[in-house]
Each structure stands twice: as structure tokens, then as C-alpha cells.
Write a protein that binds this ligand. Structure first.
Ligand code: ZN
Length: 123
């Protein structure tokens, strides 16, 4: 989203490159695996957008390396296991907010993937 609440949210060329890598190496493989649509609820965030949505100060969303997704069918466990066991990735977390809404946070960093995941999740 380019603007929300009149806050600019436009990625630079380098950040756009990160977004394309995330799509190519993580999001599209997930989509191919489940053969269903995935809803991206949050992608690139400018510092202001990240601040207003309560993102971590060093969030991968700031560089365009991360996306929060809700898969059609909400099969979080299947997708989490697929990413962790098959893809190169930086972060793969099942996250839940205070209202019980769940999403999958995935990130990809070119040449710097740490394979961080929350192995003690419950679904
Ligand atoms: Zn996220």
C-alpha cells in the first residue's frame, strides 16, 4: 500500500529488490505448494508506518524483506512446516495478536538468511 492515513510508504529500488526476492523465494513457492491464494496483510513498511503499526525497531518489514500472510484455508501448520523444511528463509513465525488473530510472518534476506523460527508454536 502506497499510502495509509496519509503516511507515505514507497520502497526504494533496493527495498523493491528485497520485495521481489521475498516473492520469488518464499511467497510464490508457498502459493505453488498450497495452490490457493495467500492474503498479504503487511509487507514493506516505511519507518513511520512501522512505528504506527507497532513493528519492531529492526523489523525485516523496514527493508522489504518480510511479509505477514494469511493463507486461504488458514492452514498455518502446513505452511510453517513447508517453509521451515524446504525453503531458504530468514524468519518464519506464526504470530497471534491480543484479539487472537493469527498470521504467518515470513522473511527472506539475500545472502543473509538466519532460518529463525518459533518451534514451540501451537495451532
Ligand atoms: Zn511481520
Amino acid at each position: 500500500m502506497r499510502k495509509k492515513n496519509n503516511i507515505e510508504n514507497i520502497p526504494s529500488l533496493a527495498q523493491s529488490d528485497n520485495i521481489l526476492n521475498l516473492i520469488f523465494y518464499v511467497l510464490q513457492p508457498i502459493r505453488n505448494k498450497i495452490n490457493k491464494k495467500i492474503i498479504v496483510t503487511s509487507g514493506f513498511r516505511s519507518p513511520k508506518v512501522n512505528f504506527f503499526c507497532g513493528g519492531a525497531i529492526n523489523s525485516n518489514h523496514l527493508s522489504g524483506c518480510a511479509a505477514d500472510i494469511i493463507p486461504d484455508g488458514r492452514n498455518f501448520r502446513e505452511i510453517y512446516d513447508y517453509v521451515v523444511n524446504n525453503l531458504d528463509y530468514d524468519e518464519c513465525f506464526i504470530e497471534t495478536n491480543s484479539k487472537g488473530i493469527k498470521w504467518l510472518h515470513v522473511a527472506y534476506r539475500k545472502n543473509n538468511n538466519r532460518k529463525k523460527h518459533n518451534s514451540n508454536y501451537t495451532v
